[in-house]
Design a protein around this ligand. Sequence first.
Ligand SMILES: Nc1ncnc2c1ncn2[C@@H]1O[C@H](COP(=O)(O)OP(=O)(O)OP(=O)(O)O)[C@@H](O)[C@H]1O
Ligand SMILES: [Mg+2]
Length: 152
Amino acid sequence: MPDEAATRALGAALALAIAPGMSIRLQGDLGAGKTTLTRALLAECGYAGKVKSPTYTLVESYSLPAMTVHHFDLYRFADPQEWDDSGFSDYFAPDTLCLIEWPDKAGTLLPAADIELRLEVEGEGRCYHIKALTETGLACLKRLSTQAVGNC
Ligand SMILES: Nc1ncnc2c1ncn2[C@@H]1O[C@H](COP(=O)(O)OP(=O)(O)OP(=O)(O)O)[C@@H](O)[C@H]1O
Ligand SMILES: [Mg+2]
């Protein structure tokens, strides 16, 4: 993905393939493009407002016509136990989509995700790899074009 527009195109494509009830782990270093991709996904889902990074708030939620989207950023977790202390598992529901940046910070306490999307810096651009972790995730990836499965 040579530029930010390409990352946004992937986010928009993903928006057309997801379904309520899913959760997606967003892996990648600082500045890899996780929030950029999330912004594009939300825009394609019809959200017209500002999408701020949840770095300090840990989660930002968006009530959309089709579902509520919860966008987590767990970078500031000092301990995985903070996941349980925050009651964040309650955010996972049949009518929500959960996107989690820095999912490893919650260790094993994070509920099982349907998809893992990894973004990596590659020269001036990015590459990505996406994999299904559940049957629901597999069905979602089948709705994406084959070209969108990864280029890392
Ligand atoms: N394919 C791309 N090629 C080049 N630059 C890109 C690409 N995709 C995104 N970017 C740029 O990389 C930066 C990504 O920032 P972003 O906040 O989305 O990263 P992040 O993965 O959420 O980081 P953090 O872990 O700090 O939250 C932005 O400046 C964006 O313009
Ligand atoms: Mg981010």
